[in-house]
Design a protein around this ligand. Structure first.
Ligand SMILES: C[S@@+](CC[C@H](N)C(=O)[O-])C[C@H]1O[C@@H](n2cnc3c(N)ncnc32)[C@H](O)[C@@H]1O
Length: 236
């Protein structure tokens, strides 16, 4: 990203990232964010938090589990003269924020999680009031087959269908990154969002979705109410 006229990572293997990604979906985000409360989960060096504040958001809170990224984000906000709150918090701990946001950003984090559906459930339960801007790495066929309400036990054909929802488990590394745990196909990603209670309102050609908090399907488990994850007490 550019900070005070200086390109921070000119040799990055993804190029001018995340600017080129942002240019592909910025039309999904209201140009005027005045009066809106934004939560940026997995904010990294603060690129999207900064963009939201520049668009006039009333409150922007960025959380990330990695303090080094948060230090970069604080520097970016300081150089831009922007009032943004950054906090070291995992997505599994969003209940600790104790408030809801009308625009939640959850970009590029899901596939880094060992418990991706838990994260979506917690976001739905604790922090998402209306909009969710979402992105995940997707792999596999782009085709999305219609999802039936049920399948017979003997009906194994859906599992051979490339458009059936899938989440692929990576035991070791993907792209030399041991934190890439689960990679969905497009059908799998859309099914997970719906199952967590998010309605897909718009999508880009690649991996970005603008969702709205909807009603959770009745067959899904009740959303968990994990607000605080405490370390185990020491043995006596
Ligand atoms: C690929 S980066 C995405 C950054 C940014 N959101 C974007 O889309 O460009 C993933 C970010 O998620 C953060 N992250 C990973 N696991 C997390 C967790 N459990 N809770 C919060 N942030 C997490 C990482 O530290 C990293 O900053």
């Amino acid at each position: 990203m550019e900070l005070g006229g200086i390109q921070t990572a000119p040799e990055h293997f993804l190029g001018d990232y995340p600017t080129f990604k942002w240019n592909g979906f910025r039309h999904l985000v209201p140009a005027d964010m005045r009066g809106r409360r934004v939560l940026d989960i997995g904010c990294n060096a603060g690129f999207y938090s900064v963009e939201m504040k520049r668009r006039g958001a009333e409150l922007v809170v960025g959380i990330d589990s990695d303090p080094r990224y948060l230090a970069q984000a604080r520097l970016a906000a300081e150089i831009g003269g922007l009032d943004i709150e950054f906090e070291q918090l995992s997505v599994y701990e969003v209940g600790q924020l104790g408030q809801k946001f009308d625009f939640v950003i959850f970009m590029g984090v899901l596939y880094h999680l060992r418990h991706p559906l838990l994260a979506l459930d917690l976001i739905y339960e604790h922090v998402a009031e209306s909009d969710l801007l979402f992105q995940s790495m997707l792999r596999g066929k782009r085709h999305v087959s219609p999802v039936e309400a049920d399948y017979g036990f003997e009906d194994t054909a859906p599992f051979d269908d490339d458009g059936f929802p899938r989440l692929t488990f990576i035991e070791h590394n993907y792209a030399a990154d041991p934190t890439n745990w689960w990679v969905p196909n497009r059908a799998g990603m859309e099914a997970m969002l719906r199952s967590a209670g998010f309605r897909i309102e718009a999508a880009t050609e690649d991996e970005v979705y603008l969702c709205c908090r909807g009603t959770r399907p009745v067959m899904a488990d009740a959303p968990p109410r994990i607000a605080v994850i405490s370390p185990p007490s020491p043995l006596p």
